[in-house]
Design a binder for this molecule. Structure first.
Ligand code: CAA
Length: 382
């Protein structure tokens, strides 16, 4: 048996270094401003497109870089380490297009994925509704067949990237109130007649990533907009989340590490009682706990990503476990980092409070952590 093979392969270490350098040079200097202005960072988008990191997961067959789930996780982690808002650029592209990768025909993939790969289009995901969040299958957004076309009515809420994205994966039911079996997935175009957007949500964090409602008023969709077959939408939506919850785990690990970076620097510079506060055991124990928890979360995220790349049977368990553990870790770490910085942690002179605000969403989106625990429990109980 070969000894010592459990490590990130060299090509992934190189990818990690490349993204880290870009994040340090092009994104970190902008992060505070992106948060303060609450504007989508087009300059960051351009920098990510120039290196292919905006959508590394698009297969080579569709003009992409062919990065697997582990590569995507590394990209999102390194960007989130400096700017949560910017890390949603690759994360949303992945979430929006994974339904196509999971369930669409070659023709549908060939029509949309190259535009995402080139950076011409971003792709969002529309599952949640005002009254259908955790209970996603209770959606009311309705599709009705009309000859060869489908007519879409209803609305979606909490849609990341809405208004920026050119394309939207939208889940809709033929028969509201009947649960998963009537649900089908479609691609909606930003310029489809009858498709409009709500105002931008005024959020606690990830302020440089727009979140808006989608409204559909008799939007006509040709049959070739369908992702997979009639009635397959729910399974496609769930399989998508199995994969993309790992990305949220990676985002959470990045935010936690970014927050710890701030605390490590501060604790060694800040002097009280005649010495650096990092010399006090009370602070050391806090920093040690943070580092330990982040490393555990990172390993779980990488393991879950690699498992989904192999197509392991336990991806539902691992996706939820990685997302839940990493996001709970990120929130705990970020709160403790604010505490290490004391008053300086509570003001915007340091990024500690931004990491704390940004980290909170990772416990909520792509399924609350209560839903993740429910999914995990169902998996282990059989
Ligand atoms: N893979 C394949 N099939 C799956 C599956 C999976 N991971 N999970 C469920 N299914 C199947 C089940 O096997 C079942 O199939 P059968 O009827 O053939 O047996 C069917 O789907 C129904 O499953 P459940 O009975 O488990 O369904 P449920 O109604 O109890 O819901 C749930 C399950 C896990 C709670 C689900 O509703 C859920 O994940 N809720 C959270 C929704 C969510 O994560 N939303 C996030 C939106 S995206 C976002 O946040 C991004 C953004 O832009 C902000």
């Amino acid at each position: 048996m070969e000894a010592g093979i459990y490590a990130l392969p060299e090509e992934y270490v190189e990818l990690q270094s490349a993204v880290r350098a870009l994040a340090r040079d092009k994104i970190a200097p902008r992060a505070a401003e992106i948060d303060a202005k609450g504007e989508f960072p087009w300059d960051v988008y351009d920098a990510l497109v120039a290196s292919g990191f905006h959508a590394i997961h698009i297969p080579e067959e569709y003009d992409g870089m062919g990065g697997d789930n582990l590569a995507s996780a590394l990209v999102v982690e390194e960007i989130a380490r400096v700017c949560g808002s910017s890390s949603l650029i690759p994360a949303v592209n992945k979430l929006g297009t994974t339904p196509l990768l999971v369930g669409a025909s070659h023709e549908v993939k060939a029509r949309y994925l190259p535009e995402v790969a080139s950076g011409e289009a971003m792709f969002s995901y529309g599952l949640s509704e005002p009254e259908a969040g955790s209970d996603a299958a209770s959606m009311r957004t309705k599709v009705t067949r009309d000859g060869d076309d489908w007519i879409l009515n209803g609305n979606k809420r909490w849609i990341t990237g809405a208004g920026i994205s050119k394309y939207y994966t939208v889940l809709a039911t033929a028969d509201p109130g009947t649960g998963p079996k009537g649900i089908t997935a479609f691609v909606v175009h930003a310029d489809d007649e009858g498709f409009t957007l709500g105002a931008e949500e005024n959020k606690l964090g990830i302020k440089g990533s727009p979140t808006r409602e989608l409204y559909f008023d008799n939007v006509r969709l040709p049959a070739d907009r369908m992702i997979g077959e009639v009635g397959e939408g729910w399974k496609i939506a769930m399989k998508t989340l199995d994969i993309t919850r790992v990305t949220i785990g990676a985002q959470a690990v990045g935010m936690a590490q970014g927050a710890l970076d701030v605390a490590l620097e501060y604790a060694q510079e800040r002097k009280q009682f005649g010495k650096a506060i990092s010399d006090f055991q009370g602070i050391q124990f806090m920093l040690a706990d943070m580092a330990m928890q982040i490393e555990a979360a990172r390993q779980l995220v990488y393991h879950a990503a690699a498992a989904s790349d192999r197509g392991d049977a336990n991806v539902t368990f691992l996706g939820s476990a990685a997302k839940c553990f990493a996001s709970d870790t990120a929130m705990k770490v970020a709160v403790d980092v604010v505490q290490v910085l004391g008053g300086y942690g509570y003001v915007k002179d340091y990024p500690a409070e931004r990491f704390m605000r940004d980290a909170k969403i990772t416990q909520i989106y792509e399924g609350t952590n209560q839903i993740q625990r429910l999914v995990i429990a169902r998996q282990i109980l059989g």
